[in-house]
Write a protein that binds this ligand. Structure first.
Ligand code: BV8
Length: 236
């Protein structure tokens, strides 16, 4: 696919909107035990704790706004002549609120709920608990946030790998490169001959896998890089 661009984003793109990251100082995993709140085993052991963890993050959605990074990526999708696929690890809705449309939430969305009993998904912006009955099957006790926990298969992997195999440029933004399979996307893209770029506050764990890296706050480096692409200085 000529001029196709694949972008991977992580928590760092929402940091300047006031959404906590996971592994920075004071991040989410320094306050919560990942095994207890982001695994199926943790959910079955203590659904109340897991619902409280996600209810807190869901309630934050209405208090935060997209930042310059989200808007720059939506502009790139609108103005770039080739396809731009945005794959995010984030479960917030800031990319879509900034106007991105060709978007995959590979780790799910906190504004959606999933019924473990009937597999129905629905928009959900209210607090969830085991008492909430599923709007589809009416059963209580099965509702969970529609997010991908550790040990679960991320969403739309086939479509992602197909796009990685055909893109001219792969850009990874605001991610520590510590969670798989997302952290391997750069190698998939490089195998297909793409130019690979890391735009991050600091070098990520897989920095050496990238052809190019620009370090600094996303709200500065991403709009600048988008400008270079749209001016034709970076050939996708
Ligand atoms: C899978 C849930 C296989 C939603 C998340 C044992 C069993 C099974 C699997 C494994 C295992 N051991 C290892 C694995 C693989 C595992 C994994 O990778 N573990 C890690 C810990 C080693 N992966 C999985 O389990 C995945 N599934 O492998 O399935 C399978 C096969 C067959 C059948 C079934 C299954 C599932 C992974 C998804 C887990 N869910 N979240 C939620 O609660 O959000 S992952 C979690 O980490 C978040 O989703 C987040 O997106 C993700 C990555 O974190 P980042 O986004 O990178 O955030 P982080 O804080 O780490 O970094 C922020 C970066 O931003 C930093 O670099 C910082 O410098 C930068 N930054 C900060 N501010 C700014 C900035 N940059 C720019 N500007 C700024 N202003």
């Amino acid at each position: 696919m000529p001029n196709a661009i694949v972008i991977l984003t992580g928590a760092g793109v929402s940091a300047e909107s006031g959404v906590d990251t996971f592994r920075d100082t004071g991040g989410i995993w320094s306050r919560y035990n990942l095994e207890e709140v982001a695994t199926p085993e943790g959910f079955s052991a203590n659904p109340t704790l897991v619902h409280e963890f996600y209810n807190g993050r869901r309630s934050q959605l209405s208090q935060v706004e997209p930042n310059a990074t989200h808007f720059a990526l939506a502009r790139l999708e609108r103005e770039h002549e080739g396809e731009v696929l945005l794959v995010t690890q984030n479960i917030d809705d800031l990319h879509e609120r900034a106007g991105s449309k060709n978007l995959i939430h590979m780790h799910g969305e906190i504004a959606k709920a999933l019924c473990a009993k009937c597999d129905a998904r629905c928009e959900w912006r209210e607090p969830l608990s085991a008492k909430v009955p599923c709007p589809s099957c009416g059963e209580a006790g099965g509702m969970r946030p529609d997010v991908v926990w550790f040990g679960e298969m991320p969403y739309q992997m086939e479509r992602i790998y197909e796009a990685l195999g055909q893109c001219g440029v792969f850009i990874s933004i605001g991610t520590s490169g510590s969670v798989y399979p997302a952290a391997q996307f750069v190698q998939e893209a490089a195998r297909a001959g793409a130019h690979t770029v890391e735009l991050n506050l600091e070098p990520s764990e897989n920095r050496l896998d990238f052809d190019e890296a620009i370090h600094g706050p996303a709200s500065r480096v991403v709009p600048e890089y988008v400008e270079l692409i749209l001016k034709g200085d970076i050939s996708a």
